[in-house]
Structures are given as structure tokens and as C-alpha cells.
Design a protein around this ligand. Structure first.
Ligand SMILES: [Zn+2]
Length: 514
């Protein structure tokens, strides 16, 4: 990014054109962050052998000579991993290279029995990406202010195999021994590397969440950080505002959640500024985040860094992809979440936050559109899905595609409310019952004998008693405090146990208050 394009003010400020050139300042220091994401591709078998990638199986049960690294065993590329990698790359705005090379990355670690990892180096699977994400400044409590688009350059996305896992807990004599589980060895990964594009931990947060949503959306990865199938590393440095050289960077590892990543970045930025302002120098190193202590600590310095001695993998031929293959993958990619969010806003008149929430996952977005096709009340449905339905889904731990209430049936419930057959409050109870019993909206309403009170006479008598009981408010209203109308509506609704039709209540109240 050209520093000339950047302007700044003293504390936290965003300047330049919104998009490229957005800068956040911290006492005259600028934060620079680059991110590396490792995402496990959702294949059933490993990338170079037929072993299962199933999570949670008996340790070392999903292994064979290839993923154990036994001499003479030869890797065979899993084309499903290539296809999912292509889906991820295209959805993240990368260019797929028709020819790429697998390379050996040499290092020894107990969970890597071959002594090298098959990865890609100077000729990666895909490169030169440009991805537009939405980001926002946050207030002190972390609430976003205005959202704006920012373009992120993605250097590359390449394919590689995962290593095994060292186990240090839950087994006999773990104080003296480490255990190795090689079930994960050979699991396919996409490594996604950005340019140093981020200027705050919130931008990094918004990017990681964007990538997770896209990977899930196109079925490339479950992208679940808790299960460890999406991992994140951050390169962090600071520099004086206006300086176009980068400061000394540290690489942060062990960032097991987006929140940890942010905390680690913020800790490092503060540490860097403190060291530099007191005249000290920083060393380029790899540091680990310790969540319990709330700090980072040195893992290895630059001098101890591995020299990976990359060279082309002699057991695999170059990966050459036909144009038709790439085109076919491209045409199978569904409308992406950001595009869909914008369409939802335009087509259905939804706010940014409504449209974002409804496109948080694809099954929810599909659910919403099917419901709208039945009821036509796009905004009402958005509200009901966001608040009432999503709460029930979360509690039950299911996605919208497994909702016990089909979208058409939710639409029917909203229709009953729109037509004034039941009240909104009754509707909430009906929804809970529908979710529990899988019964239709009309059936639940009939069963519970719910009827909305729409009879003007009946409502009038409730209004009269409410007005009698609140002479002071009545006097204030009549002397001009018309905002009290809402208070009277609330009292009438309460007195009717939520059964009164709010529309009739409003009409009758206005009449009586004249
Ligand atoms: Zn295997």
C-alpha cells in the first residue's frame, strides 16, 4: 500500500478512501498484519492415500504405509482435494494456476514421520487473489459502527498435507512420555496466505470470519476452529505512520479462536510500541499465545528458524488442470454470501444486519427465500427467522435445513399473524410448539383455541378500564404529551393477556383519546 495515499490523525481514525488505503493509528504507530489460514478440506479420504479423515477415531487406526511415511510407499493425489481446493480458491477470488508443483518441505518433528511434508512452494495451486470483505470500526465495547468494503490481496492458496498430532494429555505417564497420533497425518489442507493487508485486529477478525463463511458456503471446509479444522497464524509488526518500510515482524502461533487471535495481536502491538518507544529493538521470531497467562512468549528466534530446503516432490508429477475442469468448478459455485447479502438488501428491503445474519450460512439463506416465496412478507419473515427461529435452532443445535418447522409452515404462521387471526405474542408461543411437535401452524392454533380479540366492543371496554386506572397519564396526553399513546397501547395489550389485535387497539385508542 502506498504510504502517500494514507492520511492519519493522532488517535484511532480511518482515513483515505474507504477500501484500499484505510489506516488505523495508535499514537502515531500503524499496525501491519498478514494472515495465514490452514483450512482442512472436507474430503472423506486423505490427500495422498485412501485412509479415512474421520475425526475422533481410535488413535493411529486410519493409517497406511503412505501416511506413515514407510520407505517405498508412493503418494497418489486425491482429485477430490484438488476440486475442493479449486472451489475455495475461486470463491476467495484467487487465480487458479493450470500447472502447479508439489514440493517437499523438509523438517523433523515426531508427528511427521517422513521427515518432510508434501506442500507447494514456488509454483502454487492458486495465486494473485483479490477479495472484498466488509469491515467496520468498533467502539470500546466492540460494537461495529459503519460497515465498509475493503479489498484484501491474497498472495496464494496452495495444497498440502497435515502432520500428525502429539498428545500430551489424558494418557499414562504423560509427564515422561509424549504420544503420537498419526490419524491426522496426510489430511488435505488449503493454506491461504494474505499480503500484509490488515491494520487492526478487527480487520483480521472480519477477514477470518469472511473466509470461514465462504469455505463452509461452497462446501470446501467445515472451517470449525474448535475442531481444529481451521487454524490461523498472524504476522504482526508496527511502523511509524507514513513510513513505507515494514517494521520487524513476529509470527504468532497457537491462535485457537478468532478471539485469541485478536488478543494475541493486540498484546503484540502494545509490546512492540513499548519496546520501540523506549529505544529498544525487536527481534524477528515466532511466538506462542498463552491464553491462560494472557501473553505471548518466544517459541523460536530467527536464528533457530527452519531451513526447509524445499525441492520438487519426485514422487508426484506436476499438477496440470484442464481449462474445462476449472470452468466446470467455477460454474458449480453457488451465489456467494456477500453477493447474496447485497441482493437480500435490495430485493427484500432488509437492513445490513438483517441481510448479514440471514446469509451467515447457506441453509439459513435458502430457508428464508423459500419462506418468502410462500408468504411474501419479506421483512416480517426476516424478523421472525432472526429472532424466534434462530434461537430455537441454536438451542436445539441444528441448522435451518434440519429445522422441524419447514419454511412454508413458518410462512403460514406469519400469514395468520398478518391477517390478524392471532396476535404476535400468541405467534411466538405457536412457533415454540410447532418446533417441539412438528405440527403445522393452523393445527397448533386450533388445538390451543387461540383467537385474537378483534371485536371493537370488547377492546373498548378494556380501553375504558385502562384509562380509568391511569388518570394522570390521560391528563398529560390530553395536554399534548402524545408519546403516551404507546404506554396506553402497552397497558391494553397487557390487560388482554396479549390477545387484543394491536391494530384495532391503536384505532380505538386514538378515537377515545380525541
Ligand atoms: Zn494412509
Amino acid at each position: 500500500m502506498g504510504a502517500a495515499a494514507e492520511q492519519f490523525s493522532s488517535r484511532l481514525a480511518v482515513c483515505g478512501d474507504l477500501g484500499i488505503g484505510t489506516v488505523q493509528m495508535n499514537n502515531g504507530w500503524e499496525t501491519v498484519i498478514g494472515l495465514e489460514i490452514h483450512a482442512q478440506l472436507s474430503t472423506e479420504s486423505k490427500i495422498f492415500c485412501g485412509c479415512s479423515t474421520r475425526f475422533g477415531d481410535e488413535p493411529n487406526s486410519n493409517t497406511c504405509p503412505v501416511c506413515l511415511g514407510l520407505p517405498g510407499a508412493l503418494p497418489v493425489l486425491n482429485m477430490r482435494a484438488v476440486e475442493l481446493g479449486a472451489r475455495a480458491a475461486i470463491a476467495l477470488g484467487l487465480h487458479i494456476n493450470e500447472r502447479s508443483i508439489f514440493a517437499r518441505k523438509n523438517y523433523f518433528y515426531p508427528d511427521l514421520p517422513k521427515g518432510y511434508q508434501i506442500s507447494q512452494y514456488d509454483q502454487p495451486f492458486s495465486s494473485h487473489g483479490e477479495l472484498e470483505i466488509m469491515t467496520a470500526l468498533r467502539d470500546d465495547a466492540g460494537h461495529p459502527k459503519d460497515w465498509f468494503p475493503k479489498k484484501i490481496r491474497i498472495t496464494r492458496l496452495h495444497l498440502e498435507e497435515d502432520a500428525g498430532k502429539n498428545v500430551h494429555e489424558g494418557l499414562p505417564d504423560v509427564d515422561r512420555y509424549s504420544y503420537i497420533d498419526l490419524n491426522r497425518a496426510g489430511t488435505p489442507l488449503a493454506e491461504i496466505v494474505t499480503e500484509p493487508e490488515f491494520r487492526s485486529s478487527w480487520e483480521a477478525h472480519d477477514y477470518v470470519n469472511h473466509v470461514r463463511r465462504v469455505l463452509r458456503w461452497v462446501g470446501a471446509s467445515e472451517a470449525d476452529m474448535e475442531k481444529g479444522n481451521l487454524r490461523c497464524e498472524a504476522n504482526v509488526s508496527v511502523r511509524r505512520a507514513g513510513d513505507d518500510r515494514f517494521g520487524t515482524k513476529v509470527e504468532l502461533k497457537n491462535l485457537n479462536s478468532v478471539r485469541f487471535m485478536q488478543r494475541a495481536i493486540e498484546y503484540e502491538v502494545e509490546r512492540h510500541i513499548k519496546v520501540l518507544e523506549s529505544g529498544g529493538t525487536l527481534t524477528q521470531e515466532t511466538r506462542l499465545w498463552d491464553e491462560r497467562a494472557g501473553e505471548t512468549r518466544t517459541m523460536r528466534s530467527k536464528e533457530e528458524a527452519h531451513d526447509y530446503r524445499y525441492f520438487p516432490e519426485p514422487d508426484l508429477s506436476p499438477l496440470v488442470l484442464a481449462r474445462e475442469f476449472i470452468d466446470q468448478v467455477r460454474s458449480s459455485i453457488p451465489e456467494l454470501p456477500e453477493v447474496r447479502r447485497r441482493r437480500f438488501s435490495e430485493q427484500y428491503g432488509l437492513s445490513y444486519s438483517d441481510a448479514s445474519q440471514l446469509t451467515a450460512d447457506r441453509s439459513l439463506a435458502d430457508y428464508y427465500e423459500r419462506a418468502v416465496a410462500t408468504s411474501g412478507n419479506a421483512r416480517g419473515l426476516a424478523n421472525w427467522i432472526r429472532s424466534e427461529l434462530v434461537r430455537e435452532l441454536d438451542t436445539a443445535g441444528v441448522t435451518a435445513s434440519d429445522s422441524p418447522i419447514p419454511p412454508e409452515e413458518l410462512a403460514r404462521l406469519i400469514k395468520l399473524i398478518d391477517e390478524g387471526k392471532i396476535s404476535g405474542k400468541q405467534g411466538k408461543d405457536v412457533l415454540v410448539e410447532m418446533f417441539k411437535t412438528r405440527k403445522g401452524a393452523a393445527a397448533v392454533v386450533a388445538e390451543q383455541g387461540m383467537v385474537q380479540m378483534s371485536d371493537a366492543k370488547e377492546i373498548d371496554s378494556i380501553i375504558d378500564s385502562v384509562l380509568d386506572a391511569n388518570p394522570q397519564q390521560l391528563a398529560s396526553y390530553r395536554s399534548g404529551k402524545e408519546a403516551l399513546l404507546g404506554f396506553f397501547v402497552g397497558q391494553v395489550m397487557k390487560a388482554s393477556s396479549g390477545k387484543a389485535n394491536p391494530k384495532v387497539v391503536n384505532e380505538r385508542l386514538r378515537e377515545k383519546l380525541k
